[in-house]
Design a protein around this ligand. Structure first.
Ligand code: HSE
Length: 401
């Protein structure tokens, strides 16, 4: 019998208990031993809940119980979660987490502690919710040199952008509707400003390189400036706008970024809509592969946490290899990245824009007050300088090649 403790009885934590209960027979068979939830740590009481007697308020109860072998950290944050995770690993208890903030901030240190104490720190649920992506990177693609990962890694923003695309609505209206329906948080900053996607691409980039890609080094832009007019132009160009998180290992350096991009219908990520996530991985032998599914939500995310618990049960006393060293990856300055840009300026800047950008492709959707165009391929730095000389623009969106 493997005794488990769940830290945090919120959406994902209660999902973990539900997944273990619902799929008990299958999970126990696959784990090779029965799994049982012994404790649930939460500040609150849960009167009437079938698991109410398992609720404890003191982490030390869990830490001191030698029967507890695996801890599911579904509380989030980087303060208590960090402290409890370290103590658990030092005590030789494996930790399975959905907490991308903690993994992105302290992943290599926690992995080292797990190695030193012959247990595991597993985090399949931290990126892409229920989509298997950490395991493919760690196991299935070990024969590859992975040189590019591009993901739609945030369900909230993908839902908002999909609605804006399909309904021609503005950002603020769709965000409000998403909040009313409970799809978006009351404080949506981490999602709409791209911070959540930034943590997730930092984790994937670290696994891609085997070193540490610090999330603070990743240029991050959210979707708050995208308007209904931008989507009109995108449609005219047979494109849509998606919040992409990507990293690329190139001859010019290692680039990583989170920003809204225009992508064309032919791109596999174009059809990833609503709350779905997808991760598009390029390896030098395999070529392209894509991993798609529900990137958030109670049961999909909990399912990934429980898959890690099963892995812990199968590897008791052994640490599953994970290449993520503390050595820092130098992320190249975004100014050197080259791409095309979609730009909108006021109509009176038409001549100046044509003079500054040279050959450009005009895009006309009948908005008389504006001049919109697509540039040639140029560096971000070069682009910014030209826009500054023009005295700014109404908006600009990068174009994914
Ligand atoms: N807020 C996240 C999202 C939840 O919208 O994708 C999953 O990390």
């Amino acid at each position: 019998m493997i005794q488990i403790a769940v830290l945090g009885y919120g959406t994902v934590g209660s999902g973990v208990v539900e997944v273990i209960e619902t799929n008990k027979a299958d999970i126990n068979k696959k784990a090779g031993e029965d799994l049982a939830v012994k404790y649930i740590l939460d500040l609150r009481e849960f009167p009437g809940d079938p698991y109410e007697k398992k609720v404890v308020h003191d982490f030390d109860v869990i830490l001191k119980d030698d029967e507890v072998k695996v801890i599911c950290e579904t509380m989030g944050g980087t303060t208590y979660a960090y402290d409890y995770t370290k103590k658990a690993l030092l005590a030789g208890k494996s930790v399975c987490t959905s907490n991308k903030e903690l993994v992105a901030a302290h992943g290599p240190e926690l992995l080292r502690l797990a190695r030193e104490n012959h247990c595991n720190y597993l985090f399949e649920a931290s990126v892409g919710g229920g989509i298997p992506i950490i395991r493919p990177l760690n196991y299935s693609l070990t024969a590859e040199h992975i040189d590019g990962i591009t993901g739609i890694l945030n369900g909230t923003t993908n839902y908002i952008l999909t609605k804006m695309d399909k309904e021609g609505a503005d950002f603020e209206d769709v965000l409000k509707e998403a909040q009313d329906k409970g799809y978006a948080e009351r404080n949506p900053e981490a999602d709409v400003e791209g911070y959540d996607a930034c943590r997730k691409i930092a984790i994937l980039s670290s696994l891609m390189t085997g070193k540490s890609v610090h999330y603070e080094d990743i240029y991050t832009e959210g979707i708050t400036k995208i308007t209904a007019a931008d989507f009109k132009y995108a449609k005219q160009m047979n494109k849509s706008v998606k919040l992409l998180a990507f990293s690329q290992d190139t001859e010019d350096g290692f680039f990583a970024m989170v920003a809204p991009f225009m992508i064309s219908r032919e791109h596999p990520l174009y059809s990833v809509n609503d709350v779905f996530n997808a991760v598009y991985v390029h390896g030098n032998m395999l070529g392209d592969s894509m991993y798609y599914g529900r990137g958030a939500g109670k049961l999909p995310t909990a399912s990934a946490v429980v898959s890690d618990v099963v892995d812990c049960a199968r590897h008791q006393g052994k640490t599953i290899m994970c290449f993520w060293d503390e050595e820092k990856v130098k992320v190249a300055d975004v100014g050197g990245a080259k791409r095309k840009f979609f730009v909108r300026v006021s109509a009176d800047k038409r001549e100046a824009a044509m003079a500054a950008f040279g050959a450009l492709a005009e895009i006309n959707v009948g908005i008389a007050e504006e001049f919109a165009f697509m540039t040639q391929t140029m560096s971000e730095k070069d682009f910014d300088e030209k826009v500054e000389k023009l005295g700014g623009c109404l908006n600009r969106i990068r174009i994914m090649a």
